[in-house]
Design a protein around this ligand. Structure first.
Ligand code: VGL
Ligand code: ZN
Length: 373
């Protein structure tokens, strides 16, 4: 820490100014060949303002200590988990693969069949990349699950459901069930029924001996695309807790389907504050347009789309992406209380609202505003 501070405090005034910080960023964010990534001056300035807590334009030693422990150290030595989503028989050669041109879509993507994602790329990544943790999710539905078209008749459709006659539904139609809870639902063929062959992980998928397994979609009334929350966020799996317990900050997410369960898991990972990478060639999707929309949203939210061959250097901290550094800085910002003159003071935690109630559900896109005189 001391050596780093001294190395970048070029004018030896005992603090890091914006130019010195800019040089630090250039050294920090590099690819594995040592070539600095481009950072525009606005991004550098945003980062500087996050760690120049006082807002006085120069980062003191004390401010640098937080920057070092909370940010630089984690970027240089990240803790990473591989999260493999729903690589189960039904999505590869079972009921959902047969009804949907998943394999054709895969060929459109890069001429690899769906199974190659599971059977070739993921195992190779597992063998070569020193992940700190391995997680696998399984879509794990009871027979009477709400998402199965075969079950549409056992629940009441809502008055505003786009389809009113359960007998006239087609696969992939959207209906609204009366509930409770009232639920918009795409109708899928029965798939991943608990304990069935279709719900098993593909036999050629490599499962790490210390893997953590998460089951989702287990409640008959709730569908769950994401491995973190159900589609209505009424319930949460244990995945977030398991990852935090290991001290992991970086998630490499892959699996099936890119535009459904993989995307949904990545969105929630970002929302929960993880540095998130979607490994595109180890994933297979259904619809190219939806796949691209998912990629764009992940990038907008400071995640990255990577190829499996890039993962090793990232996990080893040799390839350090500015997007992920920016994401971590936004997370750091949530834990800092700023004086009013720092523009980040609007992100200060508001402990109580006007009624004196706890305000526990803010998100970064809708930060609590301090009422200032
Ligand atoms: C999935 C549709 C229904 C998926 C799960 O894993 O992508 N898709 N259930
Ligand atoms: Zn499902």
């Amino acid at each position: 820490m001391e050596a780093c501070f001294a190395a970048f405090d070029k004018d030896e005034d005992g603090s890091i100014n914006i130019n010195e910080f800019s040089a630090l960023c250039k050294a920090l964010f590099r690819n594995e060949k040592g070539k600095p990534y481009k950072l525009d001056s606005q991004q550098v300035s945003d980062l500087f303002m996050i760690f120049n807590t006082s807002g006085d334009g120069s980062m003191s030693k004390q401010e640098f200590v937080y920057c070092w422990n909370g940010w630089i150290k984690k970027i240089v030595r990240p803790q990473s988990a591989l999260v493999v989503v729903d690589v189960q028989n039904d999505f590869i050669s079972g009921s959902l693969a047969l009804h949907r041109p998943v394999i054709e879509a895969a060929e459109e993507q890069d001429n690899l069949e769906t199974r190659d994602a599971a059977l070739y790329i993921q195992p190779r990544m597992l063998d070569t990349v020193p992940f700190d943790m391995h997680c696998y999710s399984l879509d794990w539905h009871p027979k009477d699950h709400i998402s199965f078209i075969e079950n549409v008749g056992i629940r009441t459709l809502a008055a505003d459901s786009p389809i009113q006659d359960g007998g006239k539904c087609n696969l992939y139609d959207l209906v609204i069930f009366e509930g409770p809870p009232k639920t918009s639902q795409i109708l899928w063929p029965a798939h991943c029924i608990q304990e069935s062959w279709g719900a098993e992980l593909h036999k050629d998928l490599k499962v790490h001996p210390n893997a953590k397994t998460v089951f989702k979609g287990v409640n008959p009334q709730l569908d769950s695309y994401s491995a973190f929350y159900d589609n209505q966020k009424l319930s949460k799996t244990i995945l977030d807790e398991l990852i935090r317990k290991e001290g992991v900050s970086d998630l490499y997410i892959c699996g099936i389907a890119t535009d459904v369960c993989v995307a949904s898991t990545a969105f929630h990972a970002l929302e929960l504050g993880f540095r998130t990478a979607l490994v595109s060639d180890a994933s297979r999707g259904i619809n190219l347009e939806n796949i691209n929309a998912a990629y764009n949203r992940i990038k907008e939210e400071h995640g990255v789309i990577v190829n499996s061959t890039e993962v090793k250097a990232m996990v080893q901290g040799r390839d350090r992406r500015p997007e992920l550094g920016y994401k971590l800085a936004l997370e750091c910002r949530k834990n800092i209380t700023y004086p009013a003159k720092n523009k980040n003071s609007k992100y200060n935690k508001q402990i109580t609202n006007n009624d004196g109630n706890m305000n526990g559900n803010e998100t970064i896109s809708n930060p609590p505003q301090l009422v200032r005189a």
